[in-house]
Each structure stands twice: as structure tokens, then as C-alpha cells.
Write a protein that binds this ligand. Structure first.
Ligand SMILES: Cc1ncc(COP(=O)(O)O)c(C=O)c1O
Length: 301
């Protein structure tokens, strides 16, 4: 383990962590039910594993899937911790319970929770009060809140050693450059020493949501820094995104196939570096877009 890996393991109070340098190639192919399929999912298929999807954060659907496939200890349940396009947090306690009841293993991809949620910033799993027994495989990227590059997997020493020896996307790949590992260590120090950053980014999200409610704009139930505003139509989402860009706000329009048809949206993402004034300016810009008809409040959508 490198020193950055050890820092991560220490941070997560897990037994081990394996850094990953290779970018995860994510392809979103949402089903109408709103389920993300990634290239890892496709590699699962290539490995001969059977692949079965359940609806977004739906524990009842997961339970029936686990029963239907006859889950065993060789079954791996995978979920985002914070869903990347909706911003909501997976019901991890219930997902962990459903997995444990059938003996299945659980993998949480907490790309968007790590550094943001939990008492020490360790993410959605920490916030849910879960540990390595509940979530045997925790995967987080370093390219979001950590602000560097790469990713890591945290879990038991056996898991980590298995990945080091056998993971297709790990072997014969150049390791993280030392400069990136050093920057990651510094980010972990900031996470530890400056918890106000987590409070601040969540305050921005809360203030923004309250502002959306005042404007009547259709949001999704997210309290994380990912705050979507549903627009519906693809062209309308692009127009709104362009209008915001002209005013100095970079807000991507997310469209199919990343999200289901008819649910194109503006995806607002807040950072601790934003100021409260900027959040107000953004809300004022949205109000102007509503007034000019570029965006339509929920009642008239
Ligand atoms: C849930 C989730 N996992 C993993 C990733 C990949 O992150 P990275 O680009 O840092 O490898 C993303 C990218 O947005 C994501 O949303």
C-alpha cells in the first residue's frame, strides 16, 4: 500500500484501500426505471456473471430480485451511495440488510458522498452508521470532492489483495503519479481539518432548494450538492443551460441516455468554494429565466 492508500484506509477505519489510477469508463444507459449501467456492469457480463438490475433505490425491488435470482454469497449488490444524476442518497441501511439476509455482498459506489457526507466526510456509508461488515466493498473516486484524480476501493485485506492480483482494470496499468497521490493526501488533511467545508456545501444546497421551492421549479428530493431541476424536454434543457452559461453559471443539461427520456434536467452542483452570494445570484438568474419563459415552474410545466 502506498502512503496515500494508508491514509485512505485510516480515514475510512477500514482494513485496507487500493488506489486506482485508471479512469472508470462510465457509460450511462438508463432503463425506463432509472437504473444506471456502467462499463463495469458490461465487464461483469463479459466475465460470465449474470447481471440483473433493480429500480433506483427501491429496496422492495431489490429484495424480489435477490429472491428471484436465488442470491448467494457470490451475489454482488451494487448501488451508488449518492445517485449521480438525481442527488438522492440510497437507503443504504435497508439495502445492506436486504443483502445480508440473503448472504449477498454489497458494493457501494460513493463517488458523490465521499468528502461531503458523514461526520468525518467518509461518505454516505459513514452517515448511515454502517461499517465494513455491512458494506464489504466501498468504492469512491478522488475526482469529485477530493479534487484530484483516480479512485479507491476499501474493504477487507483479502478483497484488496484479490483486486491487486486479479482486477482487470488494475493490472498492467500505470499507477497514480506520485504528485496526484501527494495532492490526495493533502485533500484528506483538508477533509479532516476543515469540516466547515462540508457544512457549507450542504448549506448552499439547502438554500438553493428553498429558493427552487419559492420559484416553483421542479426539483428532486436531494439534500446533497447535486441539485437537479427537471425540465423534461431536451431542447429546453439545453436552452436553459446556455442562458445560464451566458450569465456566468456553468450548469450542464443532462439528457437521455444519461437520464430517462422526458426527464432532461439542469444539474446544479455546489462546492464549498461557492459563496452564499453566488447562490443568491444563481437563484436570481433562475427567476429571470422563469420570467422570460425559458424555464417553466412546475404548475405550468
Ligand atoms: C457514481 C459514479 N461513480 C464513478 C464515477 C467516475 O468518477 P471518475 O470520473 O472520478 O472516475 C462517476 C462519475 O461521475 C460517478 O457518477
Amino acid at each position: 500500500m502506498s502512503r496515500a492508500d494508508e491514509k485512505l484506509a485510516q480515514k475510512l477505519a477500514e482494513q485496507a484501500a487500493a488506489g486506482r489510477s485508471r479512469r472508470r469508463r462510465t457509460v450511462d444507459a438508463r432503463e425506463p426505471g432509472g437504473v444506471r449501467v456502467t462499463v463495469e456492469g458490461r465487464e461483469c457480463l463479459a466475465s460470465g456473471a449474470r447481471f440483473s438490475r433493480y429500480a433506483h433505490g427501491d429496496v422492495a425491488a431489490l429484495r424480489s430480485r435477490l429472491a428471484w435470482i436465488g442470491a448467494t454469497a457470490r451475489t454482488l449488490v451494487m448501488t451508488d451511495g449518492v445517485f449521480s444524476m438525481d442527488g438522492d442518497i440510497a437507503p443504504l441501511r435497508d439495502i445492506a440488510a436486504a443483502s445480508q439476509e440473503t448472504g449477498a455482498q454489497l458494493l457501494v459506489d460513493d463517488a458523490h458522498g465521499f468528502g461531503v457526507l458523514g461526520a468525518t466526510g467518509a461518505g454516505a456509508v459513514e452517515e448511515a452508521g454502517l461499517g465494513v461488515d455491512d458494506v464489504p466493498v466501498l468504492m469512491c473516486t478522488l475526482g469529485k470532492a477530493v479534487g484530484t484524480f483516480g479512485a479507491f476501493v476499501a474493504g477487507s485485506p483479502v478483497l484488496i489483495e484479490s483486486l491487486l492480483q486479479r482486477a482487470r482494470t488494475y493490472i498492467y496499468t500505470t499507477a497514480l503519479p506520485p504528485a496526484v497521490a501527494a495532492a490526495t493526501r493533502e485533500s484528506l488533511r483538508v477533509m479532516r481539518d476543515e469540516p466547515w467545508r462540508r457544512s457549507r456545501v450542504l448549506e448552499h444546497a439547502a438554500r438553493f432548494r428553498a429558493g427552487l421551492a419559492d420559484l416553483g421549479l421542479p426539483s428532486l428530493p436531494s439534500r446533497t450538492p447535486i441539485q437537479p431541476v427537471l425540465v423534461g424536454d431536451e431542447a429546453a434543457a439545453v436552452s436553459a443551460s446556455s442562458a445560464l452559461f451566458e450569465q456566468g453559471f456553468w450548469v450542464p443539461a443532462i439528457r437521455p441516455p444519461t437520464v430517462p427520456v422526458g426527464t432532461s434536467r439542469l444539474r446544479f452542483t455546489f462546492s464549498a468554494s461557492h459563496t452564499a452570494t453566488q447562490v443568491e445570484q444563481l437563484l436570481a438568474a433562475l427567476q429571470a429565466l422563469c420570467a422570460s419563459g425559458v424555464l417553466r415552474p412546475a404548475a405550468s410545466a
